[in-house]
Ligand binder design. Structure first.
Ligand code: ADP
Ligand code: F6P
Length: 319
């Protein structure tokens, strides 16, 4: 292994930059030449490789987004697209690839491994929805962003005695909703992993009202329903004045938290070590506080699970 490349793919996440930095610096430390690929798999199919030296990743550890930029690439899903990428890497003499992204990006990386090309993945998505790891880079920052936003919304909710419905990201996973909902003391948290029971949501609101509570916060994961729909149902059934906030893409931005920088640095260095050891088709993960690695196929086959005890805790504390 002499030359490696690194790319970021799929939805960006705070912490991707410190992960790129760790891959580049660890690679150079291990005597490798490191190249950055612009715009994920799109750039890989164009052979858009930029040599990365120590200075190229200076001053990015605190920056959100990804300096390499990211993409969702339809063409790369096809065998022709994958062959193009393999040909470009061969021509440039690249003999290992680090992919920073979500489970979709790992399915793509798995296709390159099937063709014999060494790839290693680093989980980077705010959703925290990848099987085989307890943590994905960006999640902590995103949860803190949501908590900060809801704390502000609570101020106005309380001034105007309104019920606020906050819609947060997480296509198929309720992690962001659950963590942020617990941390802001939301009255109800609506996530894909638990059956939605509007009777229960209404009953909790009415119970709170009876004991003098004048404002409420309900957090809903986008994968279950829209905030607008939940607000419509609540207003219809309770007559309470509701407002909706869709936090949207602001959850993906911002300076990575200390925890995300720590995870990114550890996982980035570990990915390079795995490539150097001759591993291929694996993803770095965190399990029980330890850095581990697991085959992409396991991450693709298994389903990410949520700690439901946290859901029950949140319910029991917001009575
Ligand atoms: P994420 O990595 O955040 O889950 P996506 O699901 O959009 O984001 O995946 C990122 C990119 O990975 C896709 O745009 C596509 O180029 C590639 N990809 C996803 N699934 C596959 C697949 N089954 N085969 C090949 N490439 C894939
Ligand atoms: O990064 C993950 C995610 O934020 C999902 O929660 C969301 O549904 C999706 O990406 C939206 O991303 P985009 O608008 O970039 O397609």
């Amino acid at each position: 292994m002499k030359k490696i490349a690194v790319l970021t793919s799929g939805g960006d996440a705070p912490g991707m930059n410190p992960a790129i930095r760790a891959v580049v610096r660890r690679g150079i430390y291990k005597g490798l030449s490191v190249f950055g690929v612009q715009q994920g798999y799109d750039g890989l199919m164009r052979g858009d490789f930029v040599p990365m030296d120590l200075g190229s990743v200076g001053d990015i550890i605190h920056r959100g987004g990804t300096v390499l930029r990211s993409a969702r690439s339809e063409e790369f899903r096809t065998p022709e697209g994958q062959n193009k990428a393999l040909a470009c890497m061969k021509e440039a003499g690249i003999d290992g690839l680090v992919v920073i992204g979500g489970d979709g990006s790992f399915r793509g990386a798995g296709k390159l491994t099937e063709q014999g090309f060494p790839t290693v993945g680093i989980p980077g998505t705010i959703d925290n929805d990848i099987a085989g790891t307890d943590y994905t880079i960006g999640f902590d920052t995103a949860v803190n962003t949501v908590v900060d936003a809801i704390d502000k919304i609570r101020d106005t909710a309380s001034s105007h005695e309104r019920t606020y419905i906050i819609e947060v990201m997480g296509r198929d996973a309720g992690d962001i909703a659950l963590w942020s909902g617990l941390c802001v003391g939301a009255e109800s948290i609506i996530i894909p992993e638990a059956p939605v029971d509007m009777d229960d949501v209404v009953q909790r609101l009415e119970q709170g009202n009876k004991r003098g509570k004048k404002h409420s916060i309900i957090v809903v994961a986008e994968g279950v329903s829209s905030g607008a729909e939940v607000a419509r149902m609540i207003q219809e059934r309770t007559g309470l004045e509701t407002r909706v906030t869709v936090l949207g893409h602001l959850q993906r931005g911002g300076s990575p938290s200390a925890y995300d920088r720590m995870m990114a640095s550890q996982m980035g260095a570990k990915a390079v070590d795995l490539l150097v050891e001759g591993q291929k088709g694996v993803m770095v993960g965190l399990k029980g506080g330890q850095l581990v690695h697991a085959p992409f196929v396991d991450a693709a086959r298994d389903k990410h699970t949520l700690d439901m005890s946290m859901y029950h805790l949140a319910r029991s504390l917001s009575i």
